[in-house]
Design a protein around this ligand. Structure first.
Ligand code: TXA
Ligand code: MG
Length: 328
């Protein structure tokens, strides 16, 4: 865990144009001064992320929204009031102070207030906005511990703040409130049901636009092993067939999946959605650590947090957002 004095040290590095990884309640972020185009460009370089993909600006409180965005519709204010600090990113029209490097040239910007003491202390000490994507290499699994960040990015980062394991474990929910009816761009830590309660109607997932955000790229959040989605009843037979063909096989499932053939790596995922979400990325990393070629996973029920978990599993399996088999 971080030591006293680390926040000041990290804020100083950010002021000098450096890059700092920090914990949030969702996943670890790779932060730079959002108004320093050169520092933000370094974040893109470290991640090997294409420059056209925008990053989220993290701010200390909802009052900062007006400094980064205009106009701000009433529904955006209601969402910010209800869910901030928390795992919700709002897409709004940007003000001129937001550099093109942050928005990938779009006229909108994503903003969120993270619900994490270390992140909030850092934002207050720094005093500005922090442009921060997840602290992983492009297309790989987001980090949910400081050790994941070190393993992925190592010496490329100037400093890593350690806030322990992330409490939510999947990324923020992204809602576009920049024009027209609010649209869901990525399901995440705030559930669709919670959103709809505040919006007062359905919030539809928007898919099919240009693939300009990695969160909307079909193959994202993927381990090296091939991810295969299976029905619970077929796990044993599928695992046996893969083993017979010489593959090293993992199964990510609850401890009740007991009919597994010998030789299968069983990585236990607690079935309660909040636990699955928190453990999911570490479990997929563990699949790679054990050198497996294939991992079999089952889909959760798609309500509540299950919507975000199912979305990440589909993307890890290369199926993209939306229904299974979507070629978006
Ligand atoms: O939970 C999270 O959101 C984490 C933590 C660190 O805050 N961050 C995160 O960042 O997941 P990243 O860059 O890995 O994913 C952010 C997503 C990307 O798909 C990005 O393209 C999209 O947000 N995004 C950012 N600004 C956007 C904009 N103006 N319009 C559409 N999508 C945008
Ligand atoms: Mg990411």
């Amino acid at each position: 865990m971080s030591l006293p004095g680390d926040i000041e040290r990290a804020a100083g590095i950010l002021r000098a144009g450096g890059v700092v990884a920090f914990p949030t309640e969702t996943v670890y972020g790779l932060g730079a001064d959002a108004e320093n185009a050169g520092a933000v460009a370094r974040v893109f370089a470290i991640k090997a992320r294409p420059p056209s993909h925008p990053v989220i600006v993290h701010v200390a409180d909802a009052a900062a929204l007006d400094a980064w965005c205009t106009p701000i519709p009433a529904v955006a204010r209601r969402l910010a009031e209800r869910f901030w600090p928390g795992p919700l990113t709002l897409i709004l029209r940007r003000r001129d102070r937001v550099p093109d490097t942050v928005t990938g040239g779009l006229d909108t910007v994503g903003v969120r207030v993270p619900r994490h003491d270390v992140a909030l202390a850092l934002l207050r000490a720094f005093g500005g906005g922090l442009a921060a994507p997840s602290a992983n290499r492009y297309g790989r699994i987001s980090p949910t511990t400081a050790a994941h960040v070190h393993a992925d990015l190592g010496r490329d980062v100037d400093f890593v703040l350690d806030g322990g394991p992330c409490r939510i474990g999947v990324e923020s929910t992204i809602v576009d409130v920049s024009s027209g009816a609010p649209a869901l761009l990525r399901p995440g830590g705030v559930t669709p049901e919670e959103l709809e309660e505040v919006v007062g109607g359905p919030v539809h997932m928007r898919v099919g636009g240009p693939v300009r955000s990695p969160g909307q790229h079909p193959q994202h959040y993927a381990p090296r092993a091939r991810v295969v989605i299976v029905d619970r009843e077929e796990i044993g037979a599928r695992a046996a067939a893969l083993l017979a063909s010489g593959r090293r096989v993992a199964v990510c499932a609850s401890s009740r999946a007991s009919d597994l053939p010998g030789g299968v790596e069983h990585i236990v995922l607690d079935p309660a959605p909040a636990d699955t979400a928190r453990e999911l990325y570490a479990a997929l990393r563990e699949v790679d650590r054990r050198g497996c070629d294939v991992v079999l996973v089952t889909m959760p029920e798609e309500i509540g947090l299950g919507v975000a978990i199912a979305d990440r599993l589909r993307r890890a399996a290369g199926l993209g957002p939306g229904s299974a088999g979507s070629d978006y």
